[in-house]
Design a protein. Structure first.
Length: 220
């Protein structure tokens, strides 16, 4: 990856992390969008989109509302999308398994970084530096997200390469591990949201219809 590509990915990740809380809150930080943009800036938009779609299933489990603590998916997804694009748009299950492990860990660490930024903002507010608080908070959030993207990019590339080179099991097993885990987390999240009363019946019906449709498409 060239220096310009790395800089572009860092920029996407920084903006995606900033979008989560600070500005502009335009859904850029969703894994589906950030993954697509991360892949697009290095020439593999579809690989980035596929990676973001998988991470989006994990992100369904967390609801960033109120005072809840939640992962920061944007920077991790941007880096993961870019790393997926390095394979030339080819879905390599073992490579993706390594990327996903690092991306999930990075998103969790990003959530801890958000807490640290908020504490710094609160300390500045207590000193009554109101004019500088908004600008300082944005700058701190931007730096945090950029750093998280860079770490994910560097570590993810090494882990993914190591896993892909050392994988000896059938490639389909890596597919099952990545997609099965993501689908399981997404279904659990959906059950938490809609698992009571009438919505539960619609959820079950939709799941059955989706499985039937997927089986039909595979058979066809």
């Amino acid at each position: 990856m060239t220096g310009a590509s790395v800089a572009a990915v860092l920029g996407v990740g920084a903006v995606a992390g900033l979008d989560l809380v600070s500005v502009p809150q335009a859904m850029i930080g969703r894994p589906l969008v950030a993954g697509f943009l991360g892949g697009a800036v290095v020439g593999g938009p579809m690989a980035g989109l596929a990676t973001g779609a998988v991470l989006e299933l994990f992100a369904f489990e967390s609801l960033p509302v109120g005072a809840s603590r939640y992962p920061d998916w944007g920077p991790a997804a941007a880096a993961a999308g870019a790393l997926a694009a390095l394979r030339g748009g080819v879905w390599d299950p073992a490579w993706m398994a390594g990327i996903m492990v690092v991306a999930l860990l990075a998103a969790w660490l990003g959530g801890l970084g958000l807490i640290a930024v908020r504490r710094l903002n609160a300390a500045q507010l207590r000193r009554r530096e109101l004019a500088a608080l908004q600008v300082g908070g944005i700058v701190r959030d931007l730096l945090r997200a950029g750093a998280l993207t860079g770490v994910t990019l560097a570590v993810g590339e090494r882990v993914a390469r190591h896993v892909a080179q050392g994988w000896r099991a059938p490639r389909e097993l890596a597919d099952v591990a990545v997609l099965g885990t993501a689908l399981g987390v997404a279904l659990w999240s959906a059950y938490r949201l809609f698992g009571q009363g009438t919505p539960r019946r619609f959820l079950a019906g939709g799941a059955v219809a989706g499985v039937a449709l997927a089986a039909g498409l595979l058979a066809w």
